[in-house]
Design a protein around this ligand. Sequence first.
Ligand code: AMP
Ligand code: MG
Length: 468
Amino acid sequence: MILAPQPAKFTPATDIAALPTIGVPVRPADFPRRLLRFRNDRWAETVGLDHLDEDRWIAHFGSFEPLEGSLEQPLALRYHGHQFRVYNPEIGDGRGFLFAQMRDGLGRLMDLGTKGSGQTPYSRFGDGRLTLKGGVREILATEMLEALGVPTSKTFSIIETGEELMRNDEPSPTRSCVLVRLSHSHIRIGSFQRAAAMEDTDLLRALTDYALTRLYGVEPGDDPAAQLLDLVVERTADLAASYMIAGFVHGVLNSDNINVTGESFDYGPWRFTPYWEPAFTAAYFDHQGLYAFGRQAEAIHWDVAQLAIALRQITETEPLVKALERFPDLYSNAVRRRFCWRLGIGFPGEERSGTLLETAVQGMTGDRVMIDRFFFDWRGGQLRNGEARDRYAGEAWADFRDAVDGLANEAATAHPYWDGTEPCSMHIEEVESLWSAIADRDDWSPLYQKVDRIRMMRAAHEGRSSDG
Ligand code: AMP
Ligand code: MG
C-alpha cells in the first residue's frame, strides 16, 4: 500500500523534452529573503539530494539554480481544465513551474515542481506567489496523507521569501514562501484536454506515449489511448478510495488538478472531516458541495471521463467507455481493501469486508464517533481497553461488533503509537493553531513536533517498530 522510499544516487533526467510544446521556459522571481523552513530529507534521499548543505539547498530550491544534467531552465507547463465543471482554456502554471526531473531508487521518473516561484505567461491577474500559510498547510496535508496510505506528492522544501502578500482569504498582508514538491509527474488530465481543444492529435499521441512509457513503464500496445485510460481509471479509482478512508476532502477536484498517474497533489482549501459526513465540504467557495467528502469518487470519475473525451480524437469510443465503466467497481473494492488496511486486519474477502465497512459507517454516523477515533480504537480488529469497550457498547455498534468478531490481528498494534490514548488527527482547529504559533510568535516548534507525530503514525501503519 505504501511505497517504501529507496535511497538513490542523484540521476538527472530530461524526459519532458519528448513533449516540446508542453511548456515555456520561464525565470524564477528574485526574492528579498530566503529562509529555509522545511526540508524533506526522508524523500530527498530517494532521489539522491539529501547530501546538499543548506546553502546549496537554498541555491537550488530558493534561487532555482539548475540541478546538473536536468532541465537547464524551468518550464511553466501549459494546460486547460474544467474548473467546477466549467471549461477554462486560460490556465497553466501561473505560479509554478517544472524545475527538474530525475529517477528515483525504484527507477521511476520524478519531477520537482514549484508553487509560488513567480509570475509566468499564465498568471493572468495573479502575483505568482504562495502564502507561507499555504506552504505550511501543504506540509501538513502531504505528511498526513502519506501516513494514511494516500498516493500523494511530497512536500520537498519550503523556503520563506520575505514578501508581503495581499489575499482575501487570509489576514493581509501575509507572509510568502516558495514550495518545491516531489511528484510522480505533472501531466494532468487538463494537459490532454488542451491538446484536444487544439485538435493537436500529434500532441495527444505524444502525451499518451509519454504517460505509458515514462510514467507507467509499460510498452504501448495496439490501442495506446485505451490502454492508458484503463491504467488511469485503476489509479484514480484507488485514489478516490484512499481519500475516503483517510477522511480527506481535497476541495478542488478540477480536471487540471488530477495527475494522470493518480497521485494526489495541489493542496489548497483541503480539510479532514472529523465525522463520516458525506456532505462535508472543504472549500468555502464550493457552494453546491460539488467536491464534498461523499462526492469525491463521482467528481474524479467525471474528470477521467473528460480524459476519455480528449482521447476519442485518437481512438474509438467503445474501448474508452468500457474502461470508464470499470471505475465504480474498482472504487468500491479499493475502499474495502483500504478500510481493512487502516484497521490493521487481513482482507477477509469482498463480501465480509463490505459488511465491515457498511456497519462501521452505520456506527460512526449513528453514534457520532470520529473517523480517526474509530480506526485508532479498533486497530487490529479488537478493542484494547475498558474505556474503548464502553464507547462501542451501544446498539449502533452491534452489527460492527458481530462483523469484526474473529478478525483480531495482534501484530497490527506492535508499534508504541497504539499504546497512546489519542489518535493523530488533522482537523481545522489544529491546523489553525499550528499556523497561529508561526504567525503570532514565529514559533515553528509545534509544527515540527506535529510532523514528528504524523511520521510516528506512518511508521505505526507500516507495521514497523521504529520511525524511518
Ligand atoms: P489552483 O487552484 O492552485 O489549482 O490554481 C488554478 C489556476 O490559477 C492555475 O492556473 C494557477 O497557476 C493559477 N493561480 C492560482 N493562484 C495564483 C497566483 N497567486 N498567481 C498566479 N496564478 C495563480
Ligand atoms: Mg492547480
